[in-house]
Design a protein around this ligand. Structure first.
Ligand SMILES: [Fe+2]
Length: 205
């Protein structure tokens, strides 16, 4: 019998296979958004961009994939609806970066990349392990999902990544000489969570 490896309690980070194709009007709407300063980069002043009519098709695409993630991967019951709360555009000009952070008060978060990156010169998004596995800085022959402390993913135009909101991530310094932009969003739950008998019941509406 073969050894059975169990990736216990793994964080499900999903890169959605279908790439979103932007219409020219959507690109223009995003390009015209007013931006404000953020930590290391800039973000749209509107922090509910997916509520806007010009981005309603994009919202549908995201919502469809959120449902698959919630229902088929996480197996969250139908009693709990997942809905998008805030959504915003990030822009990194040359030299900008996005420091390590997570998304509190959210269940599932996502990021969708807006630029063509066929030259692969835009910085990747890097996710970090939440808890160290060993109390030692060991050296490895090869980094795998079992031993790496972090893992990065190169952006591609229209690529959507979904991840549990408390998974830490960052984007390194943009040294490409051109702008890198993405759309991020958070979600929350509606319905009853927990149980009355367990004294954990909360009604979220
Ligand atoms: Fe983020």
């Amino acid at each position: 019998m073969q050894n059975q490896v169990n990736p216990l309690f793994a964080y499900p980070l999903v890169i959605i296979g279908e790439r979103y194709t932007f219409a020219d009007e959507e690109k223009q709407y995003i390009a015209d958004l007013e931006m404000i300063n953020n930590d290391g980069n800039s973000m749209s002043k509107d922090e509910k961009v997916l509520d806007s009519q010009p981005l309603s098709t994009l919202r549908e695409f995201i919502h469809k994939n959120l449902l698959i993630y919630k229902k088929e991967l996480l197996r969250i019951k139908d009693d709990n609806e997942i809905f998008i709360t805030q959504s915003w555009i990030n822009r990194s000009a040359a030299g900008d970066y996005h420091p390590r952070h997570r998304h509190p008060n959210s269940i599932i978060s996502g990021v969708l990349f807006l630029n063509d990156n066929s030259d692969n010169d835009l910085p990747s998004i890097r996710f970090h392990r939440s808890h160290e596995m060993f109390p030692l800085a060991l050296s490895f022959d090869e980094l795998t999902d079992f031993n790496a402390d972090s893992k990065e993913f190169a952006p591609q135009e229209g690529m959507l990544i979904l991840f549990p909101s408390l998974l830490e991530h960052e984007v390194g310094k943009n040294e490409s000489g051109r702008e890198r932009s993405s759309l991020s969003f958070n979600t929350f739950v509606r319905g009853t969570v927990g149980g009355r008998k367990q004294l954990t019941e909360v009604e979220l509406s």
